[in-house]
Design a binder for this molecule. Structure first.
Ligand SMILES: [Zn+2]
Length: 139
């Protein structure tokens, strides 16, 4: 009696085998019949991937724009620093003789004035010379 419990009935084994086989067949059919274009799961996944790609592209473009702006800012800052550096180079040093400093600054101011003034036209020249007899030669 004890022995009988350990013996698996052949019918049960057959039934289990059949069930197993059936399941395998179902899986096989499901795999063969799977059409991604008609599968909602695949469709969802595809939509998600497309959205991801779109966002990634957009992000890349935005990053490019931001990088360009940053670069421009950087170059502007560099330019400003360069100008400040040049100005600093032209400024008199504290160790210079004060009289020298004033002379140089005046020279530079005159130079700047001369560069800023437009060259007078012939008519203006005439006007200036007629109004400035001290400049005319021996009349
Ligand atoms: Zn699918």
């Amino acid at each position: 009696m004890h022995e009988v419990n350990h013996i698996v009935p052949g019918q049960l084994v057959n039934r289990l085998r059949l069930k197993n086989l059936q399941k395998s067949m179902e899986q096989l059919v499901e795999t063969e019949m799977h059409q991604p274009s008609q599968c909602s799961g695949c469709e969802n996944k595809r939509a998600q991937l497309a959205e991801d790609a779109f966002l990634r592209r957009k992000r890349t473009i935005l990053e490019g724009v931001l990088l360009q702006e940053k670069l421009k800012d950087h170059l502007c800052t560099q330019d400003a620093l360069l100008i400040i550096g040049k100005m600093h180079q032209r400024l008199p040093k504290l160790s210079d003789d004060p009289r020298d400093i004033w002379r140089k600054l005046k020279e530079r101011a005159l130079q700047a004035e001369g560069m800023a003034l437009p060259e007078p036209s012939p008519k203006q020249k005439k006007h200036i010379s007629s109004r400035a007899p001290a400049l005319s030669h021996g009349e």
